[in-house]
Design a protein around this ligand. Structure first.
Ligand SMILES: Cc1cc2nc3c(=O)[nH]c(=O)nc-3n(C[C@H](O)[C@H](O)[C@H](O)COP(=O)(O)OP(=O)(O)OC[C@H]3O[C@@H](n4cnc5c(N)ncnc54)[C@H](O)[C@@H]3O)c2cc1C
Length: 457
């Protein structure tokens, strides 16, 4: 008989792992608390406008994404981001500056002062840090690239990826590749050039050159396709409440319509958020709670706005813009959603997705929601040269949005590694281990499936 695995959570981590495990010959069941699959991935279409309320796109950083698209027959649905969206803007002094993409662009840009540009050129001559392991991203970037680059490039970038703050994030855990460039090659510029050559040999794609993709029906298409593959083996509205040891492995208990059900299995893969996993696995090790509950998930509000194109003065020729903390705005930045994927609104309209809060401003939750949205909208309209009401708006509040790989995260990573070794048959995954992006979750799912097939025999 095939070995049986129960996967907790039907976000992209759980679904991809489940799919890859099933391909390896395991019998897999997925238990999901909500009444739909996708977790942080949610795509809603209203009045013809497609609002991706979680991730808007994924970077094709691993061949597994292409494999999933092919095997799940998603090719006709696939969309790649428009060429225009290669251009990215940063807000400085209320003006949008395009982010330089070449050495010539860097020389010409008004985003950075002459002093900051000279400072960047000194990077190859700066030595390694002695205590690199416990450094924040801010310290790392300040030392290698200078304060202004930190303030006007890294600070907004980190808000865009993690909704986080460079002062809090651990460079080693949150940006392991950046950290490795210094560790392995002594610097970022030399390291980037040399690692491009090595990556080519391994057929991996760097985040900065990976293609950005989504689907005609939005990001939800991928979780939905995996759901179709599994049929009844994904149980929705099924909240896992405990995992107990049993004769042949484990017994997983879950609530469904106020009834408690149980499934027996040989191994359990958890992909639910850390603060949820803590309720289930602390009985195996009291320190599980200490580590899992210490992982901070700040709140984020996603605000979707659609306008008639004719009322927008700003040229719509890019991905959108990010806002450095120093600019003191009420939101983190805006994606120009219908420029990235043109079918997101009809020809005469433009759709935007704005992000509010994150660990830069978690206290926004205390503000009156309507006044906050009005303030955000006014600030956005000023930047975009818009002098009219939106034709459609929508919003999604995420109380606990994205795990922050903050300073000291290495201790959590070590704990979860050891926990798995001490508790054979329990595997702990999800976006709080191995990267938060959809691409990282998929890459990680492949590693986890490999680990399970090597250990559960
Ligand atoms: C607003 C926002 C924007 C983002 N933008 C991007 C982007 O543009 N690009 C990108 O690459 N990434 C982006 N991300 C990050 C990325 O979407 C997530 O990190 C990723 O989707 C997480 O997947 P996951 O499966 O690990 O976790 P989740 O999606 O959180 O899935 C976990 C699942 O477990 C379920 N669950 C919880 N408790 C239980 C229980 N007791 N029993 C059963 N099930 C349970 C939950 O309901 C959920 O479905 C964004 C995230 C957010 C929130």
């Amino acid at each position: 008989m095939n070995k049986q695995i129960v996967v907790l959570g039907a976000g992209i981590s759980g679904l991809t792992s489940a799919y890859l495990l099933s391909k390896k010959g395991f019998d897999v069941k997925v238990l999901e608390k909500k009444d739909s699959v996708g977790g942080s991935i949610e795509s809603i279409t209203e009045r013809g406008f497609l609002f991706d309320r979680g991730p808007n796109s994924a970077l094709e950083t691993t061949p597994v994404i292409g494999q999933l698209i092919k095997e799940l027959k998603l090719e006709p649905e696939l969309l790649y981001a428009s060429k225009q969206s290669n251009k990215r803007y940063i807000l400085r002094n209320n003006k949008l500056h395009s982010l330089p993409m070449s050495p010539q662009g860097l020389l010409k840009t008004k985003l950075f002062s002459g002093k900051a540009k000279l400072r960047l050129m000194a990077e190859p001559f700066i030595g390694k840090s002695k205590d690199g392991y416990y450094q924040s991203l801010a310290e790392f970037v300040r030392r290698r690239l200078g304060q202004e680059f930190l303030d006007y490039a890294i600070n907004p970038f980190v808000a865009g990826v993690y909704a986080g703050r460079p002062e809090d994030l651990s460079v080693k855990s949150a940006f392991p590749k950046l950290y490795a460039l210094e560790e392995n090659y002594g610097g970022l510029i030399v390291g980037t050039i040399r690692s491009i050559r090595e990556r080519k040999r391994r057929a991996e794609v760097a985040k900065q050159s990976a293609k950005m993709l989504s689907f005609k029906s939005g990001m939800i298409a991928l979780p939905k396709a995996i759901e179709n593959y599994f049929g009844n083996n994904i149980l929705l509205s099924s909240e896992v409440v405990s995992v107990d040891k049993s004769e042949n492995g484990f017994s997983v208990s879950y609530h469904n319509n106020s009834v408690i059900n149980k499934i027996d299995c040989n191994a359990v893969l958890s992909t639910i958020p850390a603060y949820e996993a803590s309720n289930i696995f602390t009985k195996y090790d009291k320190d599980f709670k200490t580590h899992a509950d210490a992982i901070y998930y700040p709140p984020v509000l996603v605000y979707y706005l659609v306008y008639d194109k004719k009322v927008i003065k700003q040229n719509l020729d890019g991905f959108g813009f990010l806002i450095p903390a120093k600019e003191n705005k009420s939101y983190l930045g805006a994606l120009w959603s219908s420029v990235i994927f043109s079918d997101r609104a009809d020809e005469s309209k433009a759709a935007f997705t704005l992000f509010v809060g994150g660990s830069r401003n978690p206290d926004f939750v205390k503000e009156d929601r309507i006044s906050l949205l009005t303030k955000v909208r006014k600030e956005f309209e000023e930047v975009m040269g818009i002098n009219a009401e939106p034709v459609f708006t929508s919003e999604r509040f995420w109380e606990k949005a994205i795990p922050q790989y903050n300073l000291g995260y290495i201790e959590h990573e070590r704990f979860f590694d050891d926990f798995e070794k001490r508790n054979p048959g329990i595997f702990v995954s999800g976006n709080f281990r191995g990267g938060i992006s959809v691409g990282d979750c998929i890459k990680n799912a492949e590693l986890v499936a490999e680990k399970i097939s090597n250990n559960v025999k």
